[in-house]
Design a protein around this ligand. Sequence first.
Ligand SMILES: *Cc1c(COP(=O)(O)O)cnc(C)c1O
Length: 389
Amino acid sequence: MPLTQSILNILREILPAQRPISLHEPDFGDAEKALVTDCLESGWVSSVGQYVDRFEQSLITYTGIPHAIATVNGTAALHTCLILAGVTTGDEVLLPALTFIGSANPVVYSGAVPHFIDCEAETLGIDPQRLNDYLTDITEQRGNTCYNRSTGRPVRALMVVHVLGHPARMTELAEIAARFQLVLIEDAAESLGSWRDGRHTGSWGQLTALSFNGNKIITCGGGGAVLTRDPELAQRAKHLTTTAKQPHAWAVEHDAVGYNYRLPNLNAALGCAQMEQLPQLLAQKRQLAEDYANAFTTLDGVQFQNEPADCRSNHWLNLLLLPDREQRDQLLNVTHAEGFLLRPFWTPLHQQSVFNNAPRMKLPQTEDLFTRGVCLPSSANLRQPHTVT
Ligand SMILES: *Cc1c(COP(=O)(O)O)cnc(C)c1O
């Protein structure tokens, strides 16, 4: 039997009969309806309200990171992180080529240039050894600043992404950021509920961004958050995302050109209900990943992406690697014809027309994963909820 046919049969066995089955769908219950209704009835639907504070507190409690500032989306959260990291016009920011374009766009909003780094197969995140060798080769330290010797630009920050929810190698990457004097930012948009060495993703970076878009593990409809351990950065994040208005009983004065990036209370109400569901959703997604892993280990020619060692992943999107691009495309065609809406990886950022001229290292692992990888349907509701203790 051709490989793609065997994979199709496994999907038919594992997934429910109803079609189409999309890549990732949100899951709402009674709590969502109750809290959103309560928010509507309160009249406080916009940028001020108790649900925003409650949502932020639930993120703090869950992740163990002491400050959270809710924003309109993950892109706005990352933009805020970059500004607070001191990233400015003419800087470079290091980030993986294998990520959603929402990681790189805010680098450009802040006036900087994205500089693309290769990933490794086990974590899908930045390869620390190769990053270290590359920076040793192409940069020099002058004072407290790292410079790219060929472009002459300061390299200000390292943005690590936890791709598909799998934690990147944070101990090594944090060491590299310190060695080269780079601000460490974590794009944890896909990794709420993912842990490494018992620490939640986002715990290493000076600044971290989350996303609550409709396709993420939990959603506010749209939403994001900045997380940080630093109380001063937290205070500045709150100020910058609320139009930099100075606190006053009645005067309306702003001490900077700020941003209207505050999460509306209505979206936060949905987020509060989703946070209550998170343990349940994670358990369902873990079960689905296990079922995929068991089915695909007996099939020659494919490789299912397991969670990295010493990690607990949220299994946001399940990844299957095929032998080559031809079979990947064949699988995408046959599964779509049956209503299984599988997707390839995002086209790597260095191959997107807007970033054609961006600096980069050699990216063989990124290109290999892109040409062979397929994301499988991964919604939590593809598995029955069971009691979580
Ligand atoms: C979703 C996502 C973003 C952007 O978040 P939005 O809420 O959609 O703006 C950024 N980075 C990564 C890795 C993402 O997956």
